[in-house]
Design a protein around this ligand. Sequence first.
Ligand SMILES: [Mn+2]
Length: 326
Amino acid sequence: MFEKLIPRLLSHKKIGVFSHISPDGDCLGSQVALCLWLQANGIESAAFNEDDVNKNLEWLTYFKSIEKPGSSDLDSFDAFAFVDGNALHRFGETAEKLVTLGKPLYMIDHHPQPEDVFEEFVSDTNASSTCELMYRLYKEHDINQVNEQSAKAMYVGLVTDTGSFQFDSVSPETMRAAAMLLEKGNFSPHEITQKVYSSKPEKQIKLLGMALETISLHENQQIATMYVTQSMFQETGTSNEDTEGFVAYPLSIEGVKACVFFREDRAGKIKLSLRSQSDIDVNEWARKLNGGGHKKAAGAWYQGSIEHAITDVIKIGQEQWINRLI
Ligand SMILES: [Mn+2]
């Protein structure tokens, strides 16, 4: 799978590695793991992200510091690699401008429909996570290069992108990757999940309480919606990042086939997270709203009020579900 990409990566002296905006466990884990792999093979690297890293994942930056790309001399790099996203705009403004430098761009990712700007890439939509692909990179090159830090970093992506190994995307290969990382990294699963999931500030749980109150069911109780408004953020002293994981709650209601979580990032600008646990393809649904993602998890944006967003988004989905809902 990596037979073409590995020699390309190894042909450079210095590579800039980007993870996507609003970073999550999978993109940061794979970014750190890729930088450590490059380091193990004598290649200099820098890790870039436009946004801040959430508190619960900050410990990953002790393995490899993550910088804002704006302050770096990007011309000094021989090439750039992008992880856990397949379109440059997913990596922010600086990344989008990189094409003008004329350096090779590489990509490792598991989302569908990659953009046509990458010189070489590994794109596998069957992989549970980009970290699972990163494990294959190590496996195909030299498994002994996995150390405690890269093992922990990759394990974070496996856990977070699979809802703690619950999603449909989990395969025997995912479990083999996890087992190998546990062996090589000499850590316990609990140690990682404790850091990632049990370090929530109280205000975040207060916000969750408010969000749960907004859950409503549509289309014969098969579609659930939930939202968070700017005033809820203000009242609880929270911000966008504090809603991570919220979308799992409406989806956990009995009989619900898909759900949409609406987050008012600023007045009139709403971020949508769509999730499915049925044959409803939320990637298709999100694409009608100028977004995209996977069949079971996707994102999009909406301009307008929350009330309008809910009505419109349900209406847009209806054509698609016609034969799939009872
Ligand atoms: Mn991912």
